[in-house]
Ligand binder design. Structure first.
Ligand code: NDP
Length: 448
């Protein structure tokens, strides 16, 4: 057995049976047996089942949000919004089931056509920061394409995935199509990656573990999609609407207590407005409401674990803080909103902190901004703030990153592709492109 803990109270909220290799193998076998019948379900029926799941998620929004809030420490209002997106993701892929079709290609001597075939059993490995949301990003396209699934949630946060699997059954998705195995990554995750009957791994987590997944997948030439870490830049030019940029910037770092691969945790500011912007940013950060995740007004909760809190603290130890917020006293893995003045060579600006810490870095001009923004091994998200439209597009094209916003800090929508450049991973989730990651293209030629 293992205990699942509420990070805001440090108290256990559930005890679970811990899965190991045997249970993982049983789940893969179950998924393998269920595959032929599931792939044969008519697309319109598969769409209906996914739509029913989306509706059930909506109907259980409060329950799922409470699970996610207590298990991850997410503020309840934000957790409800996340569950809303989960329903939207399943609605999107319900609509996509019969729209991901092949093509006919003119060739000499016959007719050539392509089919999109499901892969078979896919292993989905998720992180602890957005357990339900990121599960849906993988489950939606995997099921829409006709694959069966073994989902391994992070051991710290398995509860919402287990409840989602129950809802999938209630929606009418046949037993054996969605399997959840709760157990440690180094055992259950590793087994999934090495299992000869698993055709693909959809992984979200750290770049370090992702590298290991890629290596282990080589043994069976397994397909992999990797959504890894980030160290994204929020680039603020002097001609931006500084008030808007400054009031939005804290939420681009401190949402989910900074445990967000899309966090714009390097705030690059043009030198001529640096002091003014920093004042505005400190003011805006002061307003972030940190506290009990169950409180409707709370905007930032605790970190996921004591280990994560220690890791975050180690990044700030030798830096000069421009601002450090307050945290509640008593139990909970709290860490305050922290603004650090830095250069891009400092450790706090180079590594993914995965906590509520932003590095503020000055730049001289457009060229300098692009150089600094790209000077990182990561390339996941980013923002550009300017009122000059041509500059916005020029810089957007120059940045080496997968997901960009101009005059905004949002990153994800059910219908738009999401994924990284460089060591932030490869493959795309969400939108129609995710379907390519869960299917093979088969080419068929008919001689006429
Ligand atoms: P990990 O990369 O360690 O974990 C991600 C998932 O992989 C979890 O389900 C984990 O299982 C599993 N896993 C662990 N080891 C293996 C393995 N050998 N083979 C297969 N799967 C494995 O991330 P953490 O959750 O530990 O977070 C650490 C850091 O990762 C963070 O500080 C952050 O930098 C980054 N991160 C990035 C995320 C993103 O969205 N890009 C999300 C989460 C983390 P288990 O947890 O049960 O051991």
């Amino acid at each position: 057995m293992f205990a699942v803990v509420n990070p805001a109270t440090e108290l256990p909220i559930a005890q679970l049976d811990e899965a190991g290799v045997e249970e993982t193998d049983a789940a893969v076998e179950r998924a393998r047996e269920s595959f032929p019948a599931w792939r044969a379900v008519a697309p319109s029926d598969r769409a209906r089942l996914l739509r029913r799941l989306a509706t059930l998620v909506d109907e259980h929004r409060e329950e799922l949000a409470q699970i996610e809030s207590r298990n991850v420490g997410k503020p309840i209002a934000g957790a409800r919004a996340e569950v809303g997106m989960v329903a939207d993701v399943f609605h999107f892929y319900a609509g996509a089931v019969d729209k991901h079709h092949g093509e006919t290609i003119p060739v000499v001597g016959g007719v050539d056509m392509t089919f999109h075939e499901p892969l078979g059993v896919v292993g989905l490995i998720g992180p602890w920061n957005f357990p339900l949301n990121i599960s849906s990003w993988k489950l939606g396209p995997a099921l829409a394409c006709g694959n069966t699934v073994v989902l391994k949630p992070a051991e710290l946060t398995p509860l919402s995935a287990l409840r989602l699997a129950e809802l999938a059954l209630e929606a009418g998705i046949p037993e054996g199509v969605v399997n959840v195995v709760a157990g440690p990554g180094r055992i259950v995750g590793q087994r999934l990656v090495e299992h000869p009957d698993v055709a693909k791994i959809g992984f979200t987590g750290s770049t370090e573990v992702g590298r290991g997944v890629m290596q282990a997948a080589a043994g069976t030439i397994k397909r992999v999609t990797l959504e890894l870490g980030g160290k994204s830049a929020n680039v603020v030019f002097a001609d931006a609407d500084l008030e808007r940029a400054a009031s939005s910037a804290p939420y681009a770092v401190f949402d989910n207590a900074g445990q967000d691969c899309c966090a714009r945790s390097r705030i690059l500011v043009e030198k001529s407005v640096y002091d003014r912007f920093l004042d505005l940013l400190v003011e805006a950060t002061r307003r972030v409401r940190v506290g009990d995740p169950a409180d409707e007004q709370t905007e930032m909760g605790p970190l996921i674990s004591a280990e994560q809190r220690d890791k975050v603290a180690s990044y700030v130890a030798d830096t000069v803080s421009a601002f450090r917020g307050e945290v509640p006293e008593g139990a909970g893995y709290w860490y305050p909103c922290t603004l650090v003045e830095a250069t891009n060579d400092d450790r706090v600006a180079r590594e993914e902190v995965f906590g509520p810490v932003a590095a503020i870095i000055p730049f001289a001009d457009e060229e300098d901004a692009i150089r600094i923004a790209n000077d990182t091994p990561y390339g996941l998200s980013g923002s550009i703030w300017t009122e000059n439209g041509a500059r916005a597009l020029r810089v957007a094209r120059a940045l080496e990153t997968g997901v960009l916003s101009i005059n905004s800090n949002t990153s994800v929508r059910p219908s738009t592709p999401f994924g990284g450049f460089k060591q932030s991973g490869f493959g795309r989730e969400l939108g129609m492109r995710a379907l390519d990651g869960y299917s093979e293209v088969k080419n068929v030629f008919v001689a006429t």
